[in-house]
Design a protein around this ligand. Structure first.
Ligand code: NMX
Ligand code: MLT
Length: 436
């Protein structure tokens, strides 16, 4: 057993004792005031019903990973040689173990993922079986599903795996999957957009640097962007659609491949991860309608009002939990100010940021008029040449795997139960309010 796996087991044993005590002593204590009918009809917003160890979201402050904010992660996590952005390996270690990693821990993960990154040919064959017109997210989930043949958990379970060892096989699946996802994603990108000219991995690079390399981008700025991108998109506590779906499907003891593929199908929805492609599409369409060049604030305002009058949402704005500007948006803005302050598309993103919130506020119904993570990412990618926006959600997905799979390891280590909440009918609701 590798030392990170051993360390995880020690942490898991400790937390298991604490959780058992907590449930034994306080199991009947109410965590919330109760659940309203509106919450049941409106996406269970605000109901605390899940435990996720890896990160916690504050409506005003934004996400913290094991207590660390994004600016703190950018300061404290190990960097690539000559790099300034945190390495995602370090964030994964932090989410899994609950402690900041050393340089050696990050190096260990980089090499382990490098060693485990081989993708069997039938996965590429499955992707190739899809028409080239298929959306990259469809190819991505098909790739993950095809890779499920490699699941250690599924294999061991069919051989009669002891409950006590579920975590161990989930850990192996997690490490193998994270190691292989960049190769699958890069394969999809090069197949769909670069005539099938694939690029072999570079074992000397870190996980995100190698991903950038396999996509076909050798610019150090793009590698740095990928490191930051993979860190900030990795986790957003447990209730978001991709994390919750991965957890829910995993609760049936579906292995990590089945669970992640399910989560990625949720990420592919336009109100969730697909919003990153929608944002850039929306901005490019605006620019095209206006004849190209920099729009004025008034023109952006007119375009936003037109979007709303057509019954559409303004992509990249609003959030189910956040009530302030997403710190993930701010981190990207900082990156842009440092590396590409004169980029035209980036400047438009910043003008949109000045224009949209007052308009959404005036609608009176939007709970959060501020930008989320997706409002900025596309403009950064376009700058470095990654213009094929239908691919953007795959990048989000590779990153999100870090958080949801670290969480799945914890789910199995804590022996969390099958998720099965109660549902009722509207007929039941009507009788309930009438006091019957
Ligand atoms: N543009 C227009 N209307 C909006 C927006 C927006 N950006 N955000 C919320 N609303 C509307 C929403 O559609 C709802 O209208 P109605 O009552 O007519 O159904 C009303 O405001 C109240 O919604 P909220 O309670 O503020 O938001 P909710 O928690 O239901 O939804 C989102 C959150 C994120 C789904 C929503 O803000 C949205 O659709 N945003 C645009 C899509 C987007 O950027 N998604 C990415 C989220 C981040 N991620 O990566 O997952
Ligand atoms: C996420 O990163 O998952 C999104 O911001 C959506 C959410 O938190 O609900």
């Amino acid at each position: 057993m590798g030392y990170i796996k051993e360390k995880f087991k020690v942490k898991a044993d400790e937390l298991n004792v604490e959780v058992k005590e907590l449930v034994k002593n306080y199991g009947t204590k109410k965590i919330d005031e109760g659940v309203t009918i509106a919450q049941v009809y409106q996406g269970m917003r605000g109901i605390t019903g899940l435990v996720t160890e890896t990160s916690l979201l504050d409506a005003n402050e934004g996400i913290r990973f094991r207590g660390y904010s994004i600016p703190e992660l950018r300061e404290h996590l190990p960097k690539a040689p000559n790099g300034a952005e945190p390495l995602p390996e370090g964030l994964f270690y932090l989410m899994l173990i609950g402690e900041l990693p050393t340089e050696a821990d990050v190096q260990y993960l980089s090499s382990m993922w490098g060693r485990r990154s081989h993708v069997p040919n039938h996965v590429f064959d499955a992707i190739e079986a899809l028409p080239i017109t298929a959306h990259p997210m469809t190819m991505f989930t098909v790739g993950i599903m095809a890779l499920q043949t490699e699941s250690s958990f599924a294999h061991a379970y069919s051989e009669g795996l002891n409950k006590k060892d579920y975590w161990s096989e989930t850990y192996e699946d997690t490490m193998n999957l994270i190691a292989r996802l960049p190769r699958i994603a890069a394969y999809i990108y090069r197949r769909k957009y670069k005539g099938g000219q694939h690029i072999q991995p570079n074992g000397m690079l870190d996980w995100a640097g190698n991903f950038a390399h396999m996509l076909g981008y050798s610019d150090e700025g793009f590698r740095e962007l990928m490191r930051l991108y993979m860190v900030i998109h990795a986790d957003h506590e447990g209730g978001n659609v991709s994390a919750h779906t991965t957890h829910l499907v995993g609760s049936a003891l579906s292995d990590a491949y089945l669970s992640l593929a399910a989560g990625m199908n949720g990420l592919a929805g336009p109100l969730h991860g697909l919003a990153n492609q929608e944002v850039i599409k929306w901005i490019l369409q605006m620019r095209e309608e206006l004849g190209g060049g920099m729009p004025t604030k008034e023109q952006i305002e007119t375009y936003v009002r037109k979007t709303l009058s057509e019954g559409k949402v303004v992509p990249g704005y609003g959030h189910a939990v956040l009530r302030k500007t997403d710190p993930r948006f701010s981190a990207q803005m900082e990156f842009a100010k440092k590396h590409l302050p004169n980029d035209e598309l980036v400047k438009i993103v910043w003008m949109v940021y000045e224009t949209v919130p007052p308009i959404l506020k005036d609608l009176g119904k939007v709970k959060n008029p501020w930008p989320n993570v997706d409002a900025h990412s596309g403009a950064l990618l376009v700058h470095y040449g990654l213009v094929e926006y239908e691919f953007y959600t795959v990048l989000f997905g590779v990153s999100r795997a870090l958080g949801v799979l670290a969480s799945l390891c914890w789910d199995r280590a804590l022996g969390l139960s099958l998720e099965r909440p109660k549902s009722v009918t509207t007929e039941w609701m009507k009788e309930f309010v009438e006091g019957k």
